[in-house]
Ligand binder design. Sequence first.
Ligand code: ADP
Ligand code: MG
Length: 449
Amino acid sequence: MKDYEKIWSNILDRIAVLVSPACYEIFFIKLKPVALRDGKLILMAEHSVKNAIMKNFSAPLNMAVRESMEQIEGVSIIVKDQLSDYVEDEVIDNKKEFVPSIKKIIFQKNYTFDNFVIGDSNKYAAAAAKAVAEAPGTNLNPLFIYGMPGLGKTHILHAIGNEILRNNHDLRVYYTTAENFTNDLIYSIRNSNNTELARQFREKYRNLDVLMIDDVQFLANKTSSQESLFHVFNDLYTSEKQIILSSDRPVKELTYIEDRLTSRFASGVVADIQPPSFETRVAILQKKAFHYKIDVSQEVIEFIAEKEKYNIRLMEGMLKTVGYFASLNNRPAYNIDFVMEALRDSSNNQSNEININKIVEVTCNYFNVKFDDVCGKKKTKELVEPRQMAMYLVTVLLPEIPLATIGQFFGGRDHTTVIHARDKLQQKIAENNAYKKRAEDIKNLVYNK
Ligand code: ADP
Ligand code: MG
C-alpha cells in the first residue's frame, strides 16, 4: 500500500463513524487517493461525487482528516481531467483499484449492560436486548423498545451494539437515529432529483447484519423516509438480519407513520420501559456517582431519587449539579441542606435548568452581541466567534439535542454547519488558551445563572 493510500484508509475509518453507511458507500468509497502534493492528499472522483461531497459533506470530511491525526494539511478532490496535473503518467495504475470496505460504528463506551441497572421497570426490555445481542437475527426480530424520554432506550441500543461487537467483531452493526436516517436520505438525493441515487441509498443498508434506529417517532409525516425504511426493513428482515427500533411511545400511538411500517415494527418482540422504582433509582444514582467520582452520601442519593421520579437523565443531571457545586465549594455533598442549596434553582425554578436559550443568551451577553443576530442570517465578522462558541457550547452542554435541531435554532442552518462550528471551536480551544478561557468563563456563567 502506498503512503497516500494508507493515509486515506485511516481517514476513511474516521469518516465511517461520522456518516451513514449509505453515504459512506455512495460517496466516500468512490474517492480514490492518487497523490500527496504540497502536504495535501489528492483524491480523485467523478464530478457528481465531488460536488455532493463538497456541498454536503465537507464538515465530516475535514473532521475525519483532523481526527485521523495524519500529518497532512487537508485534502483536495479533483476530477479525472485534472489527474495529469498531479500524477505523472507512469504512476497511474488503473488496474489496481483501491477498494476499502465499510467500517463499523463505534458505540458509547459507557453504555453497556454492565452499567445498566435492572429493575422491575426495565427487566423485560433488558432481557430481550441481551438475547438479541447474543443471537442477532434469530427469533427476536424485530425488537421494538419503547418508553418515555430519559428511561434508557439509547443506553440499551448502544449496549446491544457493544455486546455484539465484543462477541463478533466482523458483524456490520449500524446505529442511527430516525432523524439522522432522514437527514442522510435528504442529503443523498437533494439536488440530484435522482431516483437511482435513492435506490442506491436503500441498497447500501442491505449489507448490514444489524440495523438500529433510535427514536422512530421522528418519522411521523416523513413520507419518503418511511418509504425508504419500509424497503430497508423488508430487505433486512427477509435475509434474517436483526432490526432494533426504539420509540418514545407504543406502536399504536405512532400515528402519522404508515400502517404497513408500524405493523412490521410490532411483528416481533415489543418491550416497554417504565419509570423506575425508588430502589432502582437509588441503585442507578449510586452507579453514576461512582462513575463520575462524585462524593455523595446515601442520604443525598435518596434525596435526589425522591425528587425526580420519571426521568433518569434529569436525575443524573441533578447528581452532576450537586457534584459540580461540591467541587466549586471544595467539599463533599454529604448533607441535605448543602444539596438543597445546590439544587435550589433547578428544583424550584424551571427556568434555571440549562437550556439552549440560556446558553445562547449568556454567550451573547459575554460577547456583547445581539441574540437575534447570532441566531439570524447575518454573516458579519463580529458574529463569527459568538455564533461558533454558542453552537459549540450547546453541543457540549446539551449533547442530547440533535445537531439538526441546533441548526434549526440558529436561523435554520444545516446540521453540517453545527458540526463545522463545533470542530472549529474545539480546535481553537486546543490551540489557543484565550479561546479556552472564554469557553470556560461562559460555561461557568451558564451554570451559575
Ligand atoms: P432515552 O434514550 O430513553 O431517552 P437514555 O438511554 O439516553 O434515555 O438514558 C438517559 C440517561 O439515563 C443515560 O445517561 C443512561 O445511561 C441513564 N440510564 C437510563 N436507564 C438506566 C439504567 N437502568 N441504569 C443506568 N443508567 C441508566
Ligand atoms: Mg434516546
